[in-house]
Design a protein. Structure first.
Length: 255
């Protein structure tokens, strides 16, 4: 049996979409001279690669399951550049460096607090205990709490605070560092407030929890003092884990 006939039998049931017209490979093969085996094989490979490309393009347009927050920039060929969290490097309660490399390939929840806060911080940290309980078995999800009072909140202070709220090592990081860097990250990347305000406590910061995806995009914003909002956060974490991870919309080009 000639090679074209063998190919014809092997792929007679397959079809390739080309300009919205479905043609079977067996019909295509019959259109070529029997002695031009190389050309037939070349066409087969070309059509196969074109089919794969079309499939990839469809995958890239898969809808996101949760919204994205922050400014977006339209790019060529229908692509979109999303707002992403900038690079950072701070120190956690164990004296370890935590940076964007720590969160690479992970989902995480971010918030801002300070250890001597007697207003909203205790409520927020108590709610994060619930979040930690929900994600404690998932190594791909973290919690990152940034102090807005790094002059007071040293590594030792953060360790005491973390112990009070039963923070798990390598799961819930309490970060301190340069105050200007922390404030800039809050306002420019996480799009929330973190600054001195002249109040008796001396600092103002957002009560929001922010859900960050593996591409460093903001995918949810929640009131960290509201248990119902935190219920929604926990639910959205599960939803986000189901979302296809598409390299085409990776935040690498924004680093």
């Amino acid at each position: 049996m000639s090679t074209p006939k063998r190919l014809n039998r092997m792929i007679s049931s397959r079809t390739i979409a080309n300009n919205s017209h479905a043609l079977t490979l067996s019909r295509l093969l019959r259109q070529w001279p029997r002695n031009d085996v190389k050309l037939v094989v070349f066409v087969f490979i070309g059509l196969f690669l074109a089919s794969c490309t079309n499939s990839t393009k469809k995958e890239e347009k898969a809808p996101l399951l949760l919204p994205t927050y922050g400014p977006k920039v339209a790019k060529a060929e229908g692509d979109t550049s999303y707002h992403t969290i900038g690079n950072f490097s701070f120190t956690n309660q164990y004296g370890e460096t935590v940076s964007q490399k720590t969160t690479e390939g992970k989902i995480y929840i971010a918030d801002f607090f300070f250890a001597t806060c007697q207003n909203i911080c205790p409520a927020m940290s108590s709610q994060l205990i619930r979040v930690q309980d929900a994600i404690k078995k998932d190594k791909d999800i973290l919690i990152i709490s940034h102090t807005v009072n790094p002059l007071h909140d040293t590594v030792e202070v953060l360790m005491d605070y973390a112990g009070k709220y039963k923070a798990m090592k390598d799961k819930w990081h309490f970060l301190t560092g340069n105050k200007k860097d922390i404030n800039a990250l809050a306002e420019k990347s996480y799009l929330v407030s973190a600054q001195d305000d002249g109040t008796p406590e001396g600092f103002v910061h957002s009560e929001k929890f922010l859900l960050i995806d593996k591409q460093r995009r903001i995918r949810g914003v929640y009131d960290g003092t509201d248990s119902l909002q935190v219920d929604l956060l926990i639910k959205d974490i599960t939803t986000l884990k189901k979302e296809p991870q598409i390299s085409q919309i990776s935040a690498d080009n924004n680093r």
